[in-house]
Ligand binder design. Structure first.
Ligand code: ZN
Length: 163
């Protein structure tokens, strides 16, 4: 059981994520594999659910509807904001993605359009409303350390702290 994906393991995977049309939106193929602490909200829920019980060396392919990925698009998350609410030195452009802080933690916003002093922003995750397919190979599974479980994230292979 120690070599299968379960709660409180640090699981390392190679993965490729594709949209329904087959376009790759993210992949570990060019880089190092991805390590994450299982069961602490570090990954979209469906991704972890589909990998539960997988053994090292096992490959799984699955498709996640938005409710198991980045959620449905929310039209109320599209809002108009006055230009003066943005840093003056920032050159706003349509399509730009900005990071903001909120009471609920960090969030991303996307500039939809700019009309004079009004900026239309979209707080939806860019992959909200999308069905996503993944091909995943489990490379390594190890028990998480007490520190990792306390912090709620995986640390580096050498035990060093990465934030
Ligand atoms: Zn930490």
């Amino acid at each position: 059981m120690s070599n299968t994906v379960v709660q409180d393991t640090v699981t390392t995977v190679h993965y490729t994520g594709t949209f329904l049309d087959g376009e790759v939106f993210d992949s570990s193929d060019d880089g190092s594999p991805l390590a994450f602490l299982v069961g602490h909200g570090n990954m979209i829920t469906g991704f972890e659910q589909e990998l539960m019980g997988a053994a090292v060396g096992e490959k799984r392919e699955f498709t996640l509807t938005p409710d198991r990925a980045y959620g449905e698009r929310d039209e109320d998350a599209i809002q108009q904001m006055e230009r003066r609410l943005f840093p003056p030195e920032l050159e706003l452009e349509k399509g730009m993605v900005l990071a903001a802080h909120s009471d609920q933690g960090p969030l991303q916003l996307h500039i939809n359009s700019i009309d004079g002093d009004m900026v239309t922003v979209d707080f939806n995750h860019q992959m909200a409303g999308m069905t996503l397919s993944f091909s995943v190979e489990v490379v390594e599974v190890r028990p998480a350390t007490a520190d990792e479980i306390t912090h709620g994230h995986a640390h580096g292979p050498d035990g060093h702290h990465h934030h």
